[in-house]
Ligand binder design. Structure first.
Ligand SMILES: [Zn+2]
Length: 97
């Protein structure tokens, strides 16, 4: 079964995967959507400032150690005017000035 991202419902149950954080205050930034689903997007944790990709409707909420090549491929495909800078080594985001 695929866990597809229906914005409001799923955002309520998702949690930051970082053990020291576990925040449920996550924010979803949509890049591409179809009808009800977010196809491509970025989930931001406003507590530890990490970002997580949504790839083909699936949120990838992985702890730091399990992140890697998928992240860099994802970042390359984002539009140039995406409003956040996504760091690939710290996994943290910052607002683009
Ligand atoms: Zn967090």
């Amino acid at each position: 079964m695929h866990l597809s991202l229906v914005r409001d419902e799923l955002m309520k149950i998702l949690q930051c995967p970082v053990v020291e954080c576990r925040s449920q205050e996550l924010e979803l930034v949509t890049v591409e959507r179809s009808q009800e689903e977010v196809v491509t997007g970025v989930i931001l944790c406003n507590s530890c400032k990490r970002w997580y990709p949504v790839i083909n409707t699936i949120p990838h909420l992985l702890p730091d150690l399990l992140r890697g090549v998928e992240d860099s491929q994802f970042v390359k495909k984002l539009p140039n005017d995406f409003p956040y800078i996504l760091n690939l080594s710290t996994h943290k985001f910052s607002k683009r000035e």
